[in-house]
Write a protein that binds this ligand. Structure first.
Ligand SMILES: Cc1cc2nc3c(=O)[nH]c(=O)nc-3n(C[C@H](O)[C@H](O)[C@H](O)COP(=O)(O)OP(=O)(O)OC[C@H]3O[C@@H](n4cnc5c(N)ncnc54)[C@H](O)[C@@H]3O)c2cc1C
Length: 521
């Protein structure tokens, strides 16, 4: 293949995962090329919600306010109701009217923007940071060798084809991931779990949802709709989406759903047989549980649904896709810029695959508990608390220097976590009003209360050519939460994970050696 164009990183897919990767690559100084086979971003108001940890990343990207403002008022919370229909009877209410108070774990609030609103914000930011975004452009084939990747792209608007050479490729190409297939990477998991038609409609649900204009209803024992039917609000109180399950094994298909039938389904889901309904669109959707057998293959790295597809129950698919881009980007940038060895990139698989399996398993458990109790067979994963899932997951064997005696746990209670390497850096308010979280996101940060570490860090940064900044903080709450004495130091990665720690006095050469280990140099 002769090469027409060269880019450091090619991102395939402009969904939440791909657009996030492009933003954070740009933030770390790597201009990427994003190709998307569709003519524009998603028009579906699904993938609502940016979890607290995703909002932390979006703050680093400089778009958290735009994303927050694109959703509805977060203070309202989002009730999750299991009911026969919206009109009732209510069988169970899962989440109350308000969000949990996690102000001791994060400075952020939940965002409630939908995918439809979030993707354009991310892509605009990615362009500002140097990314090129090409819609109607499909990746067809790919070859890789020691020098890089040659990708054959088709411009679907003109029919022309060309070859791009990239140092690395981010496969953010969704659940069916043609790239994953081309690379021969298998998947494991429970596979496709259900087929639905997602019907977006306008209707005035009036008093039925007064005070619950933004809510999620799992419908069970509905006389018309199969269990698994779900009705969810959008950004507008007069617009809703009903997921209507159908069974291909029983000969049903999405084509069976005429407009009249969809209206009848909506009326059954709402529980009002005469409700005026305007159907806006109807999209076939597959719910699945699958995790790729490997997240990295040579120079290609899988993120988002291409790496892990989960049922939507729990609403973490979109946030996990955003976080995958956040976690991968600094590593790619480090290798592209030459301050890390290529070996750093193997930690994408080591760190993110166990988490992908964990979160996908949790959402499957949610699905069984909330909408499909008939699937319960005792093989579901035991539920993990949302705090642990979002703030307490660990990378005990990734790009970190583990401490002797580390128990290797992948989950911990974030409220009592003690700043171990492999753990998320704790959020602690500082006397000047900042959070420790405000200090992270670009290069490495060495937190310390001891002046001697400052010069040591500066010298090491110059010697290794690594973006390393020492942040001197007065002894305070943070020292206890990060598990260091006034003489110690804690090294934080650009993605806010603790990479290494000196509890107490240690030599500068230990810090340098830790960085070399972490960065595969
Ligand atoms: C019904 C439903 C409801 C959901 N609700 C929620 C929710 O409330 N909250 C939440 O967080 N998550 C939710 N999710 C999950 C969420 O939508 C996904 O996890 C998320 O959108 C995945 O983003 P992605 O970028 O990985 O993949 P996608 O959004 O699928 O993007 C992949 C992109 O790659 C493109 N592509 C594929 N192949 C090529 C190629 N060869 N060349 C170029 N482009 C290519 C595709 O066109 C596509 O645009 C829901 C999912 C479903 C199905």
């Amino acid at each position: 293949m002769s090469v027409d164009e060269r880019v450091p990183v090619l991102v395939v897919g402009a969904g939440l995962a791909g657009s996030s990767a492009a933003v954070f690559l740009g933030l770390h100084g790597v201009p990427s090329l994003v190709v998307e086979r569709h003519a524009g971003t998603s028009a579906q108001p699904k993938a609502r919600g940016q979890s607290w940890h995703a909002m932390e990343a979006l703050r680093i990207a400089g778009v958290h306010e735009r994303v927050r403002d694109a959703g509805y008022d977060v203070d309202a919370g989002m009730p999750i109701v299991i009911a026969q229909s919206v009109a009732g009877p209510v069988l169970h209410e899962i989440v109350g009217e308000a969000w949990p108070d996690w102000s001791h774990l994060t400075r952020e609030e939940m965002g409630m923007a939908s995918q439809e609103k979030t993707e354009p914000i991310l892509l605009e930011r990615a362009r500002d940071l140097g990314a090129q975004v090409r819609f109607s452009t499909r990746l067809d084939t790919l070859e890789q060798d020691v020098d890089g990747v040659r990708a054959r792209l088709a411009d679907l608007s003109t029919g022309s084809e060309y070859t791009v050479h990239a140092d690395y490729v981010v496969a953010a190409d969704g659940r069916r991931s043609p790239l994953r297939h081309e690379l021969g990477i298998g998947v494991h998991g429970r596979g496709p779990l259900g087929h639905s038609v997602a019907v977006q409609f306008e209707a005035d649900l009036g008093d039925l949802v007064r005070g619950r204009e933004f809510a999620l209803f799992y419908l069970q024992n509905n006389p018309t709709l199969a269990d698994g039917a779900t009705l969810v609000s959008t950004d507008r109180p007069d617009r809703w989406v009903l997921m209507v399950p159908f069974d291909p094994d029983a000969g049903e298909s999405a084509d069976d759903f005429t407009e009249d039938r969809l209206i009848a389904c909506v009326r059954a889901g709402v529980g009002v047989s005469t409700l005026p309904v305007r159907v806006l669109d109807a999209t076939p959707t597959t719910i699945a549980h699958q995790v790729a057998d490997q997240f990295t293959c040579g120079r290609v790295h899988l993120i988002g649904d291409a790496a892990h597809t989960m049922p939507p129950h729990g609403g973490q698919g979109g946030s996990t896709a955003i976080m995958d881009g956040f976690y991968l980007a600094w590593k790619l940038a480090a290798v592209v810029h030459g301050w890390a060895g290529p070996g750093l990139l193997s930690s994408h698989d080591t760190e993110r695959r166990p988490y992908g399996a964990l979160i996908a398993g949790q959402q499957y458990t949610n699905m069984v508990m909330r909408s499909n109790p008939e699937l319960a067979d005792g093989t579901e994963d035991a539920p993990v608390s949302p705090e642990e899932l979002l703030f307490g997951y660990r990378y005990p064997d990734g790009a970190i220097v583990p401490e002797q005696g580390d128990d290797g746990a992948r989950l911990e209670d974030p409220a009592t976590a003690a700043g171990r390497p492999g753990s998320r850096a704790p959020h602690v308010w500082l006397p000047d009003g900042r959070s420790t979280m405000d200090l992270f996101g670009r290069g490495f940060v060495l937190l310390t209360a001891a002046h001697r570490w400052i010069t040591a860090a500066q010298e090491i940064a110059v010697r290794l050519g690594v973006p390393l900044h020492a942040e001197h903080l007065p002894v305070g709450d943070w020292t206890a939460r990060y598990g260091v004495t006034p003489n110690g130091a804690s090294l934080i990665r650009p993605d806010r994970f603790v990479a290494w720690r000196a509890h107490d006095e240690a030599s500068a050469s230990e810090l340098e050696s830790a960085l070399r280990t972490i960065l595969a140099r």
